[in-house]
Every structure is written in C-alpha cells, then in structure tokens.
Unconditional design. Structure first.
Ligand code: ATP
Ligand code: MG
Length: 180
C-alpha cells in the first residue's frame, strides 16, 4: 500500500486544482519559505479527519479554505482527495485503489467520500485503524511531535504502540460494546 496521489482544490494556498502524484518510494517536497510545503502535509491530515484547527495551524476550521490574495478572490470551498494503492489489500476494503475525499464549504457544511460515495468520518477512521495511517497514526510525524512522544504521559505513548500492534480496532469495538 502506498500513497499514489493528493488532489487539492481551494485548500489553503492551493486555489487551483492541483494533483501531486507519487510513486512507490521516497518523495521530497522542496521550496522556498511560505511556498506551501507544510500545507501539503496539512491537506493529508485534514482529509484523514483532523478536527482541530490548531493542528492545521489555523484559528478556525474555515481557515483551510483559500482566503484570497491581492489579485484573487477567496473561494467558497476546500476539497482534498488522497488516493492509495491497495493492491496488497492491506486496507480492509475490496478495491485495488482507495480514494478518500473531504470537502468543506464556508457555510460549515462538510462531507467525506470513500471511492466517490458519501460516508461518515467514522468510516474513514475505521478504514485506517491499525495501519499507522490516520490523523493519530505514526505515518504523519508533525513538527514537535517527537518531543511530545518522548515527554508525554505513558498512556499517550501506549496509544502509539497499540496502533503499531494492530489492536486499536479491537479496543474500539470493546468500548462500543461496553457502552451498549
Ligand atoms: P516554511 O518553509 O516556512 O515551513 P512552507 O513551504 O511550509 O514554509 P506553508 O506553511 O505550507 O509554507 O504555507 C504558508 C503559506 O500558505 C502562507 O503564504 C499563507 O499565507 C498561505 N495560506 C495558509 N492558509 C491559507 C488560506 N486559507 N488561503 C490562502 N493562503 C493560505
Ligand atoms: Mg513548513
């Protein structure tokens, strides 16, 4: 399984629709300060369900929508879609390729899509449990996160090990069952 592409439109500094294509291997994104490198990582966090504006370096959730420049008007919505190669079926879904998309409008309306079909945030979370992908996964290591892991509480560190061991989905199911 690997990330094939990231499509952004109206997300932060990316007003026009842009598709970043990746191949199986290492890709580096380079550019001058303020050119949008971190915005690419923010896009991936966001599409995986990030709910905290602070994590996305904004004050409110609407801050992810392109806010305009001197010669370009603000846009009314932001959309990000990531496509993963699933030919090894590491993701428990019967498709060779999985596209997860998230869209938000200035009105606050928002939606998630999985291979073009509207779904819940919960479905996105469940798809990525125990894969290391996901906003709490270890596949996205943000600035300052290593520090947080090292100096964090043992219970917080434990979450990372649970994810790597592949037992998060069982813990979640147990929690839901106990609530009923
Ligand atoms: P550095 O090398 O300093 O880390 P970077 O390449 O990571 O820079 P980013 O932080 O990704 O840069 O991009 C910052 C740019 O994104 C700023 O110019 C900021 O104005 C722009 N930006 C952020 N949010 C929006 C938005 N909602 N609308 C338009 N532009 C935005
Ligand atoms: Mg940066």
């Amino acid at each position: 399984m690997y990330l094939k592409s990231i499509e952004v439109q109206g997300f932060k500094s990316f007003a026009n629709k842009i598709v970043f294509e990746f191949h199986n291997g290492i890709t580096g994104i380079v550019g001058p300060n303020g050119s949008g490198k971190s915005n690419v990582a923010d896009a991936v966090r966001w599409v995986l369900g990030e709910q905290s504006a602070k994590q996305l370096r904004g004050a409110s959730m609407q801050d992810v929508i392109f806010s305009g420049t001197e010669n370009r008007k603000p846009l009314g919505f932001a959309c990000v879609a990531i496509t993963l190669d699933n030919s090894d079926h590491k993701l428990a879904i019967d498709f060779e390729e999985v596209t997860v998309a998230r869209r938000v409008y200035r009105s606050g309306e928002s939606e998630y899509l999985m291979n073009g079909t509207s779904c819940r945030l919960k479905d996105v979370h469940e798809l990525f449990y125990d894969t290391g992908i996901g906003k709490e996964g270890y596949s996205i290591i943000g600035q300052g996160q290593i520090d947080k892991i090292l100096s964090g509480k043992p219970e917080e560190r434990r979450e990372l090990f649970d994810e790597a061991a592949g037992i998060v989905k069982f813990k979640r199911r147990k929690m839901v069952a106990q609530k009923k």
